[in-house]
Design a protein around this ligand. Structure first.
Ligand code: NAD
Ligand code: KPL
Length: 306
């Protein structure tokens, strides 16, 4: 139904970007914040601010905590992968029968865990290349135009709420192959992001480490083929090379997390790939030693390794 509110859990970069665009299109949006103190602080300010180029817009969206009693029929989960299960558990009692739950996490592993925890919900997965970052508490910069692929966790057909996304001008497409999209992005991230942390470099400088990139792509290709994701494996090495060139001046998201002293999503990226490789008995020695080196680098910096 067009007037079904979007409850947005996780008012960080991506959650704010989605919440503001949905609200701008006249759709009802509620923010779910961690606790009453955050709701109070938010309510004392003007609302969420979205900065697009030089254009700043403020959206005074209603905010609540998980303890609010309003039922939730449509939930957008926009937290980090490592917070997803806990965040969903906090509002599970409010979900109506067949509630629609859209998961925006990067990597893989958290989506399956959330879907398993919500057997009575309709769960959808997304893979996005949009970019946003928080300038300060409440202000989000829409930094990179991108595209969002959406699909169902269990092969369900395209839902009617896609109309809301079109109305909100969120570039997107429905795909029955969302797992392929998620695996493809995960594989690209695995071939690029950990190396940028270990070599302390921008993406483009990985052209100087091409034997390592090649070895990673070969192992990731073998893994994807073994687990029934041949389309995600197709021409992976060539695509990784293209991404390195196209994003040469950028620091990867994992590099940025580590540089800012933030927890990474390692367990849902290279960690997930290594776990799946072990399950499928696919040898991935380069990937595994990269994971170990990354874990050590995180420990050295006092950052979480999970
Ligand atoms: P973020 O850290 O900016 O935002 C997450 C928000 O969730 C935070 O405000 C946090 O306080 C909130 N949160 C966590 N647990 C909560 C709970 N229990 N209750 C209420 N709020 C809770 O993260 P982000 O950058 O928006 O990333 C979200 C996901 O999107 C990640 O998986 C990320 O990899 C992916 N992603 C991000 C970008 C980007 O440009 N930021 C691009 C592509 C994919
Ligand atoms: O998605 C990315 C990231 O930095 O997380 C790219 C740019 C594709 C590098 O893996």
């Amino acid at each position: 139904m067009a007037d079904t509110p979007w409850h947005v859990l996780g008012a960080g970069s991506v959650g704010t970007l989605w919440a503001c665009r949905l609200a701008r299109a006249g759709l009802p949006v509620r923010l779910l914040l961690r606790d009453a103190a955050r709701v109070n602080r938010y309510q004392q300010g003007p609302g969420l601010r979205l900065l697009e180029g030089t254009h700043e817009t403020t959206f005074a969206l209603p905010a609540q905590t998980a303890a609010t009693e309003e039922p939730i029929a449509r939930l957008l989960l926009a937290c980090k992968a490592y917070d997803a299960e806990t965040a969903v558990a906090s509002v599970r009692h409010r979900l109506v029968e067949r509630a629609q739950v859209l998961l925006l996490q990067n990597g893989l592993g958290s989506q399956q865990a959330v879907a398993a925890a919500l057997p009575r919900a309709e769960v959808f997965f997304a893979s996005t290349t949009e970019g946003a970052w928080q300038r300060d508490d409440g202000t989000v910069v829409f930094a990179g135009q991108g595209f969002t692929w959406l699909g169902s966790a269990d092969g369900a057909p395209a839902p009617s709420w896609l109309n809301d996304l079109a109305q909100a001008a969120i570039p997107h497409q429905w795909t029955p192959e969302i797992m392929t999209r998620l695996w493809r992005k995960l594989a690209i991230n695995c071939a690029i992001n950990p190396l940028t942390v270990l070599h302390q470099c921008r993406n483009g400088e990985l052209h100087d480490h091409s034997p390592q990139v090649t070895a990673l792509c070969e192992e990731l290709t073998a893994l994807l083929q073994a687990i029934g994701q041949p389309d995600a494996a197709h021409d992976l090495h060539a695509e990784v090379g293209k991404v390195i060139t196209a994003t040469a001046a950028n620091y990867s998201s994992m590099y940025q997390d580590v540089a800012a002293g933030r927890r990474t999503e390692i367990a849902y990226l290279i960690g997930h790939a290594c776990v799946q490789a072990q399950r499928a008995a696919v040898p991935v020695p380069t990937l595994e030693s990269l994971r170990q080196a990354l874990l050590q680098a995180l420990r050295d910096k006092g950052l979480p390794t999970n």
